[in-house]
Design a protein around this ligand. Structure first.
Ligand code: PMP
Length: 371
């Protein structure tokens, strides 16, 4: 198994391979571009909405011990029951609600889209929002209807209700707080959307820990609500664990669509340990929220900069020249996300993840040098 030296191997003709791919893979898939993940080695990473704080050393040792006990020769528990129990113990999951786990909530977006993608179904979401809703709709061959947010990135409830009445979507995505805007939808608006929607409404609460509103405790109150969450933003992005909570009748169907062992044994061993140390994560979340406030004020004090109020762990900022800012920060080894050119409403917008105090200082110092 040790191939230190590359072994010359017979290769099919390149043109022949290209022709076979073109003749076989769906044209709409070939026309897609793969989701771009920039290489960030050695950079200050303020582009991916991660928690910038590593887990404390003592917790890492407990994790290492839990990982050492995993029988990697065996398949993981297909249902992930220990993880579900740990989630139910750590979070306000109402009794009687069911949970499905995903390899990140990304996978569950794909699972839910696949589950509803019958002929004639449509998927609807406010925009700008998380790109994967549209991407998975396209992959599943269902029309994706985008309803513009208001100019201040607030949810346009009237436009949403009108579009729901017109399109009768099978699935409505509501990221709240929303990515990349950071704004959350009002609870009363979500309730009216739930009442109007003929199909399922998924409230994607990936960033809910950084705000003060969640529908998780009320998930059984509505016949068509799914709450989607993830451990990625609170500190376990590398473990890839997302979960959807809903009435068992919904979850039973989604369970049929996911692959059998979609959450690996290492993640299943680690997640309960981290969830049992909820105080560690909530301290980090509180620190990020405090830093968010300080960073927002420092950025807003700069000429020509507007900061969108945020309930998430990032700030959407409109600057005089986003492309130039992005490049200058990158030269100083600071990576943020540039949305300029991606959507009409996001002209000259950068999304900046709230980093550690030192990272945020580095960002502000780099801006002092360059603007
Ligand atoms: N939903 C939203 C709104 C997000 O911003 C993201 C991550 N960018 C996800 C879901 C997916 O997160 P993950 O797959 O890491 O759980």
């Amino acid at each position: 198994m040790n191939h230190a030296q590359p072994i010359p191997a017979p290769r099919a003709d390149e043109a022949e391979v290209a022709a076979r791919v073109a003749a076989t893979v769906r044209a709409d898939v070939r026309s897609l571009t793969a989701y771009h993940v920039p290489k960030a080695d050695g950079m200050v990473m303020l582009h991916a909405n991660e928690n910038p704080h590593p887990l404390p050393a003592a917790l890492r040792r407990t994790i290492a011990a839990a990982v050492a006990r995993v029988g990697l020769n065996r398949y993981p528990d297909g249902a992930g029951d220990a993880v579900k129990a740990a989630l139910a113990a750590a979070l306000p999951v109402p009794q009687g609600a069911a949970i499905v786990l995903g390899n990140g909530s990304d996978e569950l977006i794909q699972v839910l889209t696949t589950a509803v993608a019958r002929p004639g179904a449509a998927v609807l979401s406010p925009e700008p929002t998380f790109a994967m809703y549209r991407i998975y709709a396209r992959q599943s061959g269902v029309p994706y209807v985008a309803v513009p947010l208001r100019a201040d990135f607030a949810l346009d409830e009237d436009a949403m209700l009108a579009a729901i009445a017109r399109e009768r979507p099978a699935l409505v995505w509501l990221a709240s707080p929303n990515n990349p805007t950071g704004r959350r939808a009002g609870t009363a608006s979500i309730e009216r959307i739930l009442a109007a929607a003929p199909g399922v409404v998924v409230v994607d609460e990936a960033y809910a820990d950084f705000g003060d509103a969640s529908l998780l405790p009320r998930v059984l109150e509505f016949p068509n609500l799914v709450v989607l969450r993830t451990l990625s933003k609170v500190g376990l992005a590398g473990a890839r664990l997302g979960y959807a909570v809903a009435h068992p009748a919904w979850i039973a169907e989604f369970d049929k669509v996911r692959s059998p062992y979609n959450v690996n044994a290492l993640t299943q061993a680690v997640a309960p340990v981290v969830l049992a140390a909820a105080d560690v994560l909530s301290e980090q979340v509180a620190a990020i929220r405090a830093e968010r406030q300080a960073l927002a004020e420092a950025l807003a004090a700069r000429p020509g900069v507007t900061v969108v109020p945020s309930d998430a762990n990032f700030l959407l900022v409109r600057v005089p020249d986003a492309d130039a800012w992005f490049e200058r920060l990158k030269e100083r080894r600071i990576l943020v996300k540039n949305f300029n050119g991606s959507h009409r409403a996001l002209e000259n917008c950068l999304r900046i993840t709230v980093g550690t105090p030192a990272e945020n200082r580095a960002l502000l110092a780099a801006l002092d040098e360059t603007t």
